[in-house]
Design a protein around this ligand. Structure first.
Ligand SMILES: Nc1nc2c(ncn2[C@@H]2O[C@H](COP(=O)(O)OP(=O)(O)OP(=O)(O)O)[C@@H](O)[C@H]2O)c(=O)[nH]1
Ligand SMILES: [Mg+2]
Length: 267
């Protein structure tokens, strides 16, 4: 069976707008919503401040950002609304801050998600990146702190990493502004020029894949499946993580009824 992976966010329908508004996101006209996700203390707010000119709290310890912050920037005459999220190690984690980040990534309908990762700790950081890539194909990986990696004499083959992961990789040293125009360019290519990605998907054991296939028809019938990848929803059901399933149900319940007009447009 062929799965649609996240290409739902292309056309912003009523469902998506309602979901966004739950997070206090109101965009006017053609404004693209870009989420900044990543492990704690990797430089998300530093990227956010550099691009928006705002002053989110930064510092060298984890857990500074505790709520979503929004700020604008323009690039090539297009307007982007950047959402700075609290740090999170996993989309399956449970602190309040992590839930804020997770809920926005999963249900906030960003046009793209930048996952900021620490160049000196790639393996640990890629865990979250791969989880986000399971939900959405609109992912850009910003490998930050490359100045620190250089100091530690770490060499990273960014081209190879990009090939392996199937999404754009942008090296940055956000504190010095290095690479940030490349990051803006990558966001523009993805959301304005609709450049395609092929995010690497982690295969599960045959047993789990079979269970997913059995659940998929039921999950695909849910209205939430039009904005969240059905395979990912099936996996969460298999996890039996009751509190997360309750969260999913809450978002599902706030989905507007499909109107005749949106059905006509295929929404
Ligand atoms: N050397 C170096 N330091 C950086 C870079 N980017 C950010 N920092 C520093 O890293 C620390 C963490 O940056 P933040 O922007 O607060 O990180 P964050 O990801 O928003 O952290 P949380 O909100 O706690 O999850 C700060 O001391 C920044 O000045 C960089 O590219 N190079
Ligand atoms: Mg922060």
């Amino acid at each position: 069976m062929k799965l649609k992976l996240g290409d739902h966010s292309n056309a912003l329908n009523d469902h998506s707008r309602v979901m966004r508004e739950q997070f206090g996101i109101r965009t006017t006209g053609e404004q693209y919503v870009i989420a900044l996700a990543g492990n704690p203390n990797v430089g998300k707010s530093t990227v956010f401040n550099a691009l928006t000119g705002l002053h989110q709290h930064t510092g060298n310890w984890p857990g500074k950002t505790v709520d979503n912050a929004q700020g604008n920037y323009s690039y090539r005459n297009k307007s982007f609304l950047l959402i700075d999220l609290p740090g999170t190690y996993s989309l399956l984690a449970h602190s309040v801050e992590e839930e804020i980040a997770r809920n926005f990534i999963c249900f906030g309908q960003p046009d793209a998600t930048i996952v900021v990762i620490d160049a000196t700790s790639l393996e640990r950081n890629l865990n979250l990146a791969l989880q986000v890539m399971e939900i959405s194909s609109k992912v850009i990986i910003c490998v930050n702190l490359i100045d620190e990696a250089r100091k530690k004499k770490l060499s990273i083959n960014f081209g190879e990493l990009e090939k392996e992961l199937g999404v754009p990789i942008v090296p940055t040293a956000a504190r010095n502004g290095e690479g940030l125009s490349d990051l803006q360019k990558a966001v523009y290519s993805m959301v304005v020029e609709k450049k395609k990605t092929w995010p690497k998907q982690i295969p599960y054991s045959e047993e789990v894949e079979q269970a997913i296939s059995a659940l998929l028809p039921k999950v695909e019938a849910l209205s939430l499946a039009s904005i969240v990848n059905p395979k990912w929803l099936a996996l969460r059901l298999l996890d039996s993580d009751v509190s997360f399933i309750e969260t999913i149900s809450r978002y599902a319940a706030t989905q507007p009824q499909r109107t005749v007009a949106s059905q006509r447009q295929g929404g």
